[in-house]
Design a binder for this molecule. Structure first.
Ligand SMILES: Nc1ncnc2c1ncn2[C@@H]1O[C@H](COP(=O)(O)OP(=O)(O)OP(=O)(O)O)[C@@H](O)[C@H]1O
Length: 689
């Protein structure tokens, strides 16, 4: 069980950010054939795109495997996003952008683009695809136009409505992912344009709001997560991913500075870009050898209602898929890149099947854990974020055998895009929480530190007072004793404060655990049914949690056995390890898998602890409930109508719940629509089953 939300199958109320109509497309796109202004094709030296004629790619014999692989099939573009719709059900926004330098000027390539119907078709086998946007291969198409159509609505929802947003660029090496995300001088990319919008909002918002922005920037290089903003150049450190009930996944120990100005943010990103691994390959003079993910976390604080809402924007520039290249080092990187992109495709395929299939269980297992990339994209792909995918492609030229590889890669990218377009996600905006709950933890921490310091002082004073002093020092001894007594009194007060805060936080945690748990919340919040029925449901739920815990335990046992076996076979095989590079590479791969398994075991154990917490809570509250009911029974026998443990009155079940000691203990009111629930969270201690 994980905190992923299963994509919905229904497409009935599709709604995603609408392509903005405010930016008209270039008028030269009226033709169904892509037209290129030949005078614009001055290709700067850095834009070299070389194809490798010695390794021709195989031309796919069949049309794209998805339902789109036939001509004239028109795929509905993502429908308009209705701003009031929440939760937000719809497909992922998918756009295609060709690298304008990937076809020979004046030569008709194998692909025909119609930007008005947003379709791209192959002129020889008539395969046709429709997406939210298919951009023409024009050199004068700016990143701003691409941003307006693919991301700006998402950014608006990220800024104004508490939605998370994820943009990722996907495509073959050299097809223009980094160009689109990062831009070049005079043509800022999606990252900078999004930051412009964020700061425009922060600086111009005159409502009583305050914003805190923090950032982290990482790359996944050879399946290692590397902190690109690390101050101590820990370039080889492999950061760990943890499941997080609030954010989905969390990178342990990643540098996350708070940002005070746009300039500071751009400076940091620039620093991260310098740290990112790029190298010249056979295909791209400056090829990204890693996937990069930039995360901007915005806290919007409403000073009037003293609430805050967090939303996260993730901007990902993936490394490009590629065939084997001539350098061994690049080949090794390429193997990791292709492996993780394959994992991403598999996840997309499964999600797409789950969204389109009517057979129950089609969404059973989505292998997010197969790569770090899919682990990190898991929250976004499983419904915690609006998603926009920009697929970049090479168009190639017809009759040119050296371009066969591009054609096959373009097919792959379009198939990936078509699958992604099939996915239907159900996205909820982030809950509004009471401002400052995280501060209580800080206060406790400070109090603890003060106590520790005072304890040290006390023991030092005690030591010095017992270390043989003369009678002339008697007065100072007395004052030291007074000081000790004062400190001990202070200490007691501080301890009481800590206990008080801990109790508050514990209660808060329990409330959050319950409110975050849909099943439990449904049971507790349903406005109908008797309290006996609710107890029965709770007991049912309790049994289920117990059952799931048993499942977890046996799964952990299974993983541990697997791990032991693998360790043993490693030891046995260790004596005659082959020297071959590739096999050593497989060994390190194996070690990575083992490491992942160990991590998974630790995470599952953590999850068990959380389950223990919920079981303890339920046990405790069942006792309170029973006590309440027996008191209420006694009271009604003695006709003490004012009893505080009164049970259900048939005419007003809702009122009954308001008076319910069980519900009062957790501050849960009868079921309200989700957005009006006052969910307060303590930092990092919420739990979702
Ligand atoms: N739309 C575009 N307009 C102008 N130049 C482009 C465009 N797309 C790509 N280029 C140029 O093509 C070259 C390769 O692009 P880029 O580095 O963005 O590819 P990539 O997909 O990020 O490759 P890799 O996966 O190897 O990192 C660059 O020199 C870039 O300037």
């Amino acid at each position: 069980m994980s905190n992923q939300r299963t994509p919905l199958r229904s497409r009935s109320s599709l709604g995603n950010y609408a392509p903005s109509s405010s930016t008209p497309m270039n008028s030269s796109t009226t033709s169904t054939k892509p037209r290129i202004n030949i005078t614009d094709l001055r290709r700067p030296p850095s834009r070299q795109f070389r194809t490798d004629s010695s390794r021709p790619g195989s031309r796919p014999g069949s049309r794209p495997g998805s339902s789109l692989g036939t001509s004239n099939i028109s795929r509905p573009a993502t429908p308009s996003f209705s701003r009031n719709q929440e939760p937000y059900t719809g497909s992922i926004s998918v756009s295609i952008r060709p690298n304008p330098y990937s076809m020979n000027p004046g030569q008709q390539g194998p692909w025909q683009i119609d930007p008005f119907t947003n379709s791209i078709s192959n002129t020889s086998d008539y395969a046709s695809f429709n997406f939210d946007n298919v951009f023409p291969p024009h050199t004068d198409l700016t990143n701003r136009e691409v941003y307006q159509k693919t991301c700006s609505d998402m950014i608006r929802n990220f800024l104004n409505n508490g939605y998370n947003g994820t943009v990722f660029a996907y495509g073959m090496t050299g097809s223009g992912k980094t160009y689109s995300m990062k831009g070049e001088s005079g043509d800022p990319g999606i990252v900078e344009l999004a930051i412009d919008d964020i700061y425009r909002k922060i600086e111009n918002d005159n409502i009583a709001k305050e914003y805190n922005l923090s950032v982290n920037y990482l790359e996944i290089y050879n399946e290692k997560i590397i902190d690109l903003l690390s101050p101590n150049n820990a370039s080889t450190m492999d950061l760990k991913i943890r499941d997080d009930p609030v954010q989905g996944t969390k990178i342990v120990g990643i540098t996350t500075p708070s940002i005070s100005s746009k300039e500071q943010l751009l400076q940091l990103i620039k620093k991260g870009d310098i740290n990112r691994k790029t190298s010249a390959t056979d295909f791209n003079a400056r090829s990204s050898r890693s996937h990069s993910i930039l995360q901007l976390r915005l806290a919007s604080i409403d000073l009037g209602s003293k609430t805050e809402q967090f939303s996260t924007l993730s901007l990902c520039d993936l490394a490009g898929s590629e065939r084997a290249t001539s350098s061994a080092e690049r080949r090794k990187e390429g193997a990791f890149i292709n492996k993780s992109l394959l994992a991403l495709s598999t996840v997309i395929n499964k999600l797409s099947s789950a969204s389109t299939s009517n057979s129950p269980g089609a969404s059973d297992h989505i292998p997010y854990r197969d790569s770090k990339l899919t682990r990190l994209l898991q929250p976004a792909l499983s419904g915690s974020s609006l998603v926009s995918i920009l697929c970049t492609i090479h168009l190639g030229s017809a009759g040119n055998s050296s371009n066969q590889q591009c054609i096959s890669e373009t097919y792959n990218t379009l198939r990936f895009a078509a699958r992604a377009k099939d996915i239907v996600i159900n996205v909820e905006k982030n809950a509004t929480t009471s401002y400052g709950s995280a501060d209580s933890m800080k206060v406790i921490e400070e109090l603890r530190r003060t106590i520790e310091a005072q304890k040290n002082e006390i023991s030092m004073l005690k030591v010095s007072s017992f270390s043989g002093r003369s009678s002339s020092q008697g007065s100072s001894l007395v004052s030291e004793n007074i000081r000790i007594a004062e400190l001990e009194a202070d200490n007691r007060v501080l301890k009481e404060k800590i206990e008080h805060f801990t109790r508050l936080i514990d209660l808060h945690k329990t409330e959050t655990v319950i409110l975050k748990n849909d099943a439990l919340n449904d049971i507790l919040g349903s406005g109908s049914g008797s309290s006996q029925a609710m107890m029965a449901n709770l007991e049912d739920f309790y049994k289920r949690v117990n059952y799931e815990m048993e499942e977890y335990k046996s799964y952990i046992q299974h993983l541990e056995t697997q791990l032991r076996n693998s360790h043993q076979s490693n030891v046995i095989n260790g004596t005659n390890k082959p020297q071959n590079d590739d096999i050593n590479f497989m060994d390190s791969d194996m070690e990575a898998v083992l490491k992942d398994q160990e991590d998974e075991i630790l995470q599952l154990k953590e999850l068990l602890k959380d389950k223990d917490h919920i079981i303890k809570t339920l046990t405790k509250t069942s006792k309170i409930r029973r006590l309440g009911e027996s008191n209420a029974a006694n009271s009604s026998k003695h006709e003490h109508k004012s009893s505080s443990f009164r049970t259900g009155s048939p005419e007003s079940p809702i009122k009954d719940k308001e008076n319910d000691p069980f519900l009062r203990e957790f501050n849960i009111s009868p079921k309200k629509p989700k957005e009006t629930l006052d969910i307060t969270e303590t930092s990092g201690i919420t739990f979702v089953i």
